[in-house]
Write a new protein. Structure first.
Length: 299
């Protein structure tokens, strides 16, 4: 791909959170002022997925690639370039990355980075080294101070908040309501027998799920809008004699009666209603689901 003269920022951008958006907003502003194209270079898969062999070190991500691209395009950026992060790319030096990719491929006139940005093999390149790297080029570097926030905003802080069940804080740091998307698959149909039919969601590998429990969600089916409201349960199914090994994601869509197997569905998590619980029988489960629904309707 050949690029016109550009303003570029680089990173994983997992979550596309408030800190990322400050950086991206500056990219768009510089591009507008100088009649240049604004470009985000994002890495996929996440570097830790490529570099870490230990399963325990495999990160759970806030976004799938499709979710990330959609969020990035909502920022007003002109182009999103996906850079495959493989073993060869991981071996590229900081200088090589800037000269070959940022300048050579993207034709960048400006590179915009946060003050803690690292790049190149082993993340050995730092913002402090950039003036020397770009000394004999036309590339200008702008460093954005992201420490002006009244609290630390980072992808890892958001992951921690979600895993602790603090959806309010996570959404505040994200700047939007956390999203889960996937394909609707067949389930055990217990919900339908008690008046709460659910769509079971196939969750992409490495997608982070919040703490188990019941959530209020806005729902988009297929390519439509977020036209529906419902309640989502994350956790092991609650009335089986033998508990599931892995957590499931299922959603009851209010006032909805359409077959949507194999369709893509997107859930926007607005409120956390309660913790995950086990029930002795389906009657007790049904009673609780009625209470959960009333709670959600009243919000």
């Amino acid at each position: 791909m050949n690029f016109d003269r550009t303003v570029v920022t680089v990173g994983s951008f997992d979550g596309v959170h408030c800190g990322h958006r400050v950086l991206i907003r500056r990219v768009v502003d510089i591009a507008t002022q100088n009649r240049l194209k604004s470009v985000i270079l994002t890495l996929w898969p996440h570097p830790r997925l490529t570099l870490n062999d230990a399963a325990s070190d495999t990160p759970l991500l806030l976004n799938t690639l499709d979710e990330r691209i959609a969020l990035l395009k909502q920022t007003g950026i002109d182009d999103v370039m996906i850079m495959p992060f493989d073993e060869d790319f991981a071996q590229m030096s900081a200088s090589g990355f800037v000269k070959e990719i940022v300048i050579g491929k993207l034709n960048a006139q400006y590179l915009v980075v946060g003050q803690d940005h690292h790049f190149g093999k082993g993340r050995n390149g730092s913002v402090q080294q950039l003036p020397e790297i770009v000394a004999h080029s036309d590339l200008r570097v702008e460093v954005v101070d992201l420490k002006s926030f009244d609290r630390k905003i980072s992808s890892s802080a958001i992951r921690k908040a979600l895993q602790n069940g603090d959806l309010t804080q996570a959404n505040k740091m994200l700047g939007y309501e956390y999203i889960i998307s996937g394909k609707v698959i067949t389930g055990n149909s217990i919900g339908r027998t008690i008046g709460f039919p659910t769509a079971n969601i196939e969750i992409p590998k490495n997608k982070l799920l919040p703490k188990e429990g019941v959530y209020r969600v806005k729902i988009k089916v297929g390519s439509g809008g977020f036209d529906h409201v419902g309640m989502m349960h994350i956790g092991k199914r609650t009335v089986l004699k033998q508990e599931d090994v892995a957590a499931h994601v299922e959603v009851n869509i209010f006032d909805f009666d359409r077959q949507i197997y194999d369709e893509e569905i997107t859930l926007m998590l607005t409120d956390r209603i309660r913790d995950h619980r086990r029930f002795e029988n389906v009657e007790l489960l049904a009673e609780q689901l009625h209470r959960d629904k009333q709670t959600i309707i009243s919000l």
